[in-house]
Design a protein around this ligand. Structure first.
Ligand code: SAM
Length: 230
């Protein structure tokens, strides 16, 4: 068996994906393919590259993190992303999760490519995410927007799927109600600012929202008009 210290990034990525499969976190073939394809090490700071394929969140500066791979995998599985869909992500961070979503809605040879719109409140992260997405070939499939994601992005609404990657005080922030398509899915961590958060999968059915609590989580807070105060 090759020692992890001697593995290249691709080998480490495969090893991580195998362990997520073994733990029952990854099962959908298209999500497995996306996790095997997107180069997570290109989305983390240089000095953290060697840790990119450990199942752990990593600092990306400004007190923010790139989520642990099992959380990315879990959210992608629950969102049931399909080719051609329009996705809104709130909390671009490194841009990695947006790239995973793009791999699912707009795979390489798609004749019906979807698109990912992602919003980030820190301008420095907007710039570094754009750079990583350009370097990894996702520039044309992901639009990174600088602003308060709690307002959503009405210009491109409605969305098939909405993904929130910071903890919200409410399960369905008001502006997102209208920006999700009928039958659409919202995946969102909600609860208190630091502890006692849960991940919810919420389906829009007419005027109602059917919500399912998935698991306890710990995310950085969603800061904005319909989020927490900074
Ligand atoms: N999805 C990211 C990735 O793949 O690296 C990880 C996101 S990190 C856990 C949460 C991000 O949400 C942070 O970058 C934070 O600045 C951002 N954020 C928090 N409140 C926000 C808001 N109202 N609008 C946009 N971004 C926000």
């Amino acid at each position: 068996m090759v020692s992890i210290l001697k593995m290249n990034f691709e080998e480490k990525r495969k090893r991580l994906v195998e362990s997520l499969k073994d733990r029952g976190i990854l099962s959908k073939p298209e999500v497995i393919k996306a996790m095997l394809t997107v180069q997570r090490h290109k989305f983390v700071p240089r000095d953290a590259e060697s840790s990119a394929y450990i199942d752990s969140p990593l600092s990306i500066g400004l007190g923010q993190t790139i989520s642990a791979p099992h959380m990315n995998a879990m959210m992608c599985e629950f969102l049931e992303l399909k080719e051609g869909e329009k996705v809104l992500e709130i909390g671009t961070g490194s841009g990695y999760h947006a790239a995973l979503c793009a791999e699912l809605v707009a795979p390489g040879n798609s004749e019906n490519p979807g698109h990912v719109f992602t919003i980030e409140r820190h301008e420095e992260l907007v710039n570094s995410a754009k750079e990583s997405l350009r370097e990894t070939g996702y520039e044309g499939k992901v639009t990174v927007i600088y602003g308060d994601g709690t307002l959503g992005y009405p210009k491109e609404a409605p969305y098939d799927k909405i993904l929130v990657t910071a903890a919200s005080p409410s399960k369905v922030p008001l502006p997102l109600r209208d920006q999700l398509k009928e039958g659409g899915i919202l995946c969102i961590p909600a609860g208190s600012k630091s502890f006692g958060q849960n991940l919810y999968i919420i389906k829009k059915l007419g005027e109602d929202f059917k919500s399912k609590k998935v698991t306890g989580v710990r995310f950085v807070p969603l800061i904005g008009k319909y989020g927490f105060e900074s």
